[in-house]
Design a protein around this ligand. Structure first.
Ligand SMILES: [Ca+2]
Length: 225
């Protein structure tokens, strides 16, 4: 039994690449949520072309060495978004975005305007908990550098949430012939207390996505997973 338990422990501790880390905002340390994310759905432009190794699953998979990359042939899209939930409710105080591994080559793929929404229960209405526009606030721009973190805080939030939506309305600009969005990773941080059981990452996301609805803009298409 001890051998089995040791094996299982080794297996669990080898899942994912998350480590217990903190993010310091204004002198206060917040804990990066390491309990795992499950993707619920996403919206991409109808004309998008995504490399099989750069799918939406890469956005919250625990690895900064891969990215979600949505290649578009035109700028006429309104929304790229992804919905996911945490394994346990948390009180988000901010998040870390990580640029893609080739951002120095493709300098315009970072988001330009984006919002974060949250809700406690699936049936709740979304609440906007963060909004960024780098034209209005240039300091919010992600680095034009490969695999680089940038921290965004929303420390005034005191509400507990479990469901999250990251929504991009625009990207920095045209890269070559494409209007392409990419990010390597998003990590929430907050004040929720985690236990050891939740330090493993859940990566069981189906690749068998099927479209369920069109948004108000007919060129965007939504998928549940
Ligand atoms: Ca990733």
């Amino acid at each position: 039994m001890r051998v089995v338990m040791t094996f299982l422990l080794a297996l669990l501790t080898s899942v994912g690449t998350w480590a217990d880390e903190t993010v310091n905002v204004g002198g206060t340390d917040y804990t990066l949520f390491t309990g795992g994310y499950t993707i619920d759905g996403y919206i991409i432009p109808h004309n998008a072309n995504t490399n099989s190794g750069e799918k939406y699953t890469k956005f919250v998979d625990g690895s900064k060495d891969n990215k979600w990359c949505v290649v578009n042939s035109s700028s006429s899209w309104s929304t790229i978004s992804i919905d996911f939930h945490t394994t346990t409710p948390i009180i988000p105080k901010g998040y870390v975005l990580t640029t893609g591994g080739d951002t120095k080559t493709y300098t315009k793929r970072n988001p330009k305007t984006w919002k974060v929404y949250a809700k406690a229960e699936p049936a709740d209405e979304w609440t906007e908990i963060d909004s960024r526009d780098i034209t209005a606030v240039p300091a919010d721009a992600l680095p034009v550098d490969d695999t680089t973190d940038k921290t965004y805080s929303m420390t005034s939030n005191t509400a507990s949430y479990k469901y999250f939506r990251f929504e991009v309305m625009n990207i920095v600009g045209k890269s070559g012939n494409d209007w392409t969005f990419q990010l390597a990773e998003m990590q929430l941080f907050g004040t929720a207390v985690q236990d050891a059981q939740h330090n493993m990452r859940f990566a069981s996301v189906s690749d068998l996505a099927t479209p369920y609805a069109y948004t108000g803009n007919p060129i965007d298409i939504a998928y549940t997973v």
